[in-house]
Design a protein around this ligand. Structure first.
Ligand SMILES: [Cu+2]
Length: 339
């Protein structure tokens, strides 16, 4: 007994004299810096640990890509649309040239896929969480309590199947609803869910714009703003549209930290349908103001060909990337260039 106490005392004295030597060697962590270098440290890594796998995101492709799911008929005659959505939280995305950010993704991109159904369809979403953290899918719209993606937290490697009737008509966001919510949203776990009216909407060149931002230095302020994730993208790659063709933009504001966002269109005005739930526009304007997850449908036609800006009239946002161009192609242009 005395011997045991003596040994313990010797070890204790050694620990207080050389605390660093008494522990096992601290685990070395590897992480990728924003300039792409792989760093190793035994210190604290504030950023989540991520792989060096880089997400490719093409704002041109995203703009007009609608996911209607696997379509089949249910015994009662209703249309069933099935989707598989996989959440991950270890990917890197180059959000601006040379600036890499750890994105949390639905099906590998930010924003996640645009899910589209017609009112009354049954939407079934097999949600797989391949992330290291808990995630869910919370859909705005009408559905049962247990399909709300709030209380049924899906842990790492877990699964959950959401099923609900597509209601109401309009454009709605979906996003992860795990606390701290702000963190899960700003890392990119959101997307757009469109419910079309049964009778459809008039034919148009349709596109989706998610207004978002990235806080790349983790100070709870956004460093970049964008329509569809990549700052200035549509300024350098103008969105080509045709003169006199109806354009329909589903716009959803997912910017966190800043209380409002807005959208100004140049050389034109648009009919605006808040949330898209009404078939009659509420206003004819060149400016809308949107709080978090506010959204709507813009409809317009250009009478004259040429380049037209669209951007946040909150100048800070447009100067940090939330700005783009429509390139309106007209008959005269085709003649002029001999197309
Ligand atoms: Cu989450």
């Amino acid at each position: 007994m005395v011997f045991a106490l003596a040994i313990t005392a010797i070890f204790a004295a050694f620990y207080f004299a050389y605390p660093g030597l008494s522990d096992a060697k601290p685990e070395e962590k590897a992480f990728v810096t924003h300039n792409g270098a792989v760093m190793r440290t035994t210190g604290e890594v504030l950023d989540p640990i991520y792989t060096s796998q880089t997400v490719e995101f093409d704002p041109d492709k995203y703009l007009r890509q609608f996911n209607y799911g696997r379509v089949s008929a249910l015994p009662d005659g209703k249309v069933l649309r099935e989707f598989t959505i996989i959440a991950e939280d270890d990917k890197m995305m180059e959000v601006s040239p040379g600036v890499f950010y750890n994105v949390w993704t639905f099906n590998g991109t930010v924003p996640g896929p645009t899910i589209r159904a017609t009112e009354g369809d049954v939407v079934r979403i097999k949600f797989i969480n391949n992330g290291s953290k808990s995630h869910t899918m919370h859909f705005h719209g009408i559905h049962e309590a247990e399909m709300d993606g709030v209380f049924e937290i899906v842990g790492s490697k877990g699964q959950f199947t959401y099923e609900f009737e597509a209601l109401p008509v309009g454009v709605h966001p979906y996003h992860c609803h795990v606390m701290p919510l702000e963190e899960h949203i700003v890392h990119g776990l959101y997307g757009v869910y469109i419910v079309d009216p049964k009778e459809g909407r008039p034919p148009a060149d349709e596109m989706v714009m998610v207004l978002n931002g990235f806080d790349t230095d983790f100070d709870t302020e956004n460093n970049f703003y964008a329509a569809n994730s990549i700052p200035f993208y549509y300024q350098h790659h103008p969105i080509q549209i045709n003169v006199d063709e109806l354009i329909r933009v589903y716009v959803v504001n997912m910017v966190e930290f800043d209380p409002i966002n807005n959208l100004h269109l140049h050389g034109n005005l648009y009919h605006y349908y808040p949330t898209g739930t009404d078939t009659v526009p509420s206003t004819y304007t060149d400016m809308i103001t949107l709080s978090q997850t506010e959204r709507g449908i813009m409809e317009f036609k250009y009478d004259y060909p040429g380049k037209y800006l669209f951007h946040a009239h909150k100048v800070e946002f447009s100067e940090k990337g939330w700005v783009g161009l429509f390139l309106v192609k007209g008959d005269s242009e085709e003649t002029e260039y001999g197309n």
